[in-house]
Design a protein around this ligand. Structure first.
Ligand SMILES: N[C@@H](CCC(=O)N[C@@H](CS)C(=O)NCC(=O)O)C(=O)O
Length: 359
């Protein structure tokens, strides 16, 4: 009966128009990069402090578009070179985790080093280890050892930067600036930009194959809006209507994905693509965080979506690019500790146990 009610409700909810940030066509991108060397002294606390984040007038959460949208490419300003670029990530963040997975899949570990921030994103934003010695499994910024927070990197690239200080960041050591802070575009770069420098087996890996691009783009659009970003819209909603406008479309999309993944190892064709990477980073966080913290609790993945759960577990247990990029302690600590508007006590829940079950 309850399920029937929920389902009839799902049918009544219309999906809001797509606000796709992550799949913008390259031609329409904003090219925005400056190389400056001094950091600003202006007050940026409204940009760094998630506790000060405001929703729209109707209580809904709108994600701001990324600002640095350059590409690594031959004959461009940012040419493919081994060791020239550096990747800043949080293991907590689903968008940053996309880039970790793609980096590993393509065998780019020797091409790009990684700095990991602490999951304690506080008033100053993401801290490096020396900005938060309480969290052992984080790095100092090897490129700028005196930096304590990621925001210093942004302000070095552009002292007038007015956006949020987000991960991931793809940094150019040569020009001392940010190439890109948009994960969907960073993984496209990783897919192709270094191919001529990679061994044949790694160069041949293609997570955005020509033959499947249309299907991948179309799945990315609704998965981004209703699932990847849908969980945030549900969790950050400050009104009942905004919450319901996010949570019902989210579960409608999960129902659709459950059907699509019946008997399948991959979302598109018979091959691992970026569509899998982009969905995985949300489904792997779903039971440990989104069900409770973001109130995405019509069902959980492990009991409510057997096909999605099997697909998630196969990626996690059978492919080290996925497993090694997933750190559940970072994930849980970050959401429950940092997002004090949602969880003022900062208490991190004990379950679920285990974080993910075996195959
Ligand atoms: N569009 C960006 C979104 C990145 C993003 O929102 N990252 C979050 C962490 S999951 C962040 O760093 N937030 C910091 C803040 O908003 O202050 C991408 O996909 O790369």
């Amino acid at each position: 009966m309850a399920v029937a009610l929920i389902r009839s409700r799902l049918l009544m909810v219309s999906i809001k128009p797509l606000t796709v940030v992550s799949s913008s066509p390259r031609s329409s991108l904003l090219y925005h990069t400056r190389t400056m060397t001094s950091t600003s002294t202006k007050d940026v606390s409204s940009q760094s402090d998630i506790g000060k984040m405001r929703t729209e007038a109707d209580g809904s959460f709108k994600r701001a578009a990324s600002s640095f949208r350059n590409f690594i490419e031959n004959d461009g300003k940012f040419t493919p070179e081994k060791g020239r670029y550096h990747l800043y990530v949080s293991y907590a963040c689903p968008w940053a985790t996309r880039t970790l997975i793609a980096r590993k899949l393509k065998g780019l570990e020797d091409f790009l080093a990684v700095s990991t921030v602490s999951p304690h994103m506080g008033a100053q934003g993401w801290p490096f280890k020396n900005g938060d010695p309480s969290w052992a499994d984080a790095d100092d910024d090897t490129e700028h050892p005196n930096f304590q927070h990621l925001k210093e990197l942004y302000l070095l690239a552009d002292p007038n930067y007015g956006g949020r200080f987000t991960v991931p960041v793809l940094w150019d050591k040569k020009l001392a600036t940010i190439v890109s802070n948009e994960s969907s575009e960073i993984i496209r770069m990783f897919n192709t930009a270094f191919n001529h420098l990679l061994p044949a087996d790694k160069a041949a890996i293609d997570i955005y194959p020509e033959a499947h691009r249309q299907e991948i783009d179309s799945i990315n659009e609704w998965v981004y809006d209703t699932v990847n970003n849908g969980v945030y819209k549900s969790g950050f909603a400050q009104s009942q209507a905004a919450y319901e406008n996010a949570v019902y479309p989210l579960f409608k999309s999960l129902d659709r994905l459950e059907e699509m993944l019946k008997g399948k190892d991959y979302l598109v064709g018979n091959t691992l693509t970026e569509a899998d990477i982009r969905l995985f980073v949300t489904t792997i966080r779903f039971d440990p965080v989104y069900v409770g913290h973001f109130k995405c609790n019509l069902r959980d993945i492990r009991h409510g979506y057997p096909n999605i759960y099997l697909w998630t577990r196969k990626l996690y247990w059978n492919n080290d690019a996925f497993k090694s990029s997933t750190k559940f302690d970072h994930i849980k600590e970050h959401y429950y500790w940092s997002q004090t508007l949602v969880n003022p006590s900062r208490v991190v829940p004990a379950g679920p146990v285990p974080d993910i079950e075996p195959l």
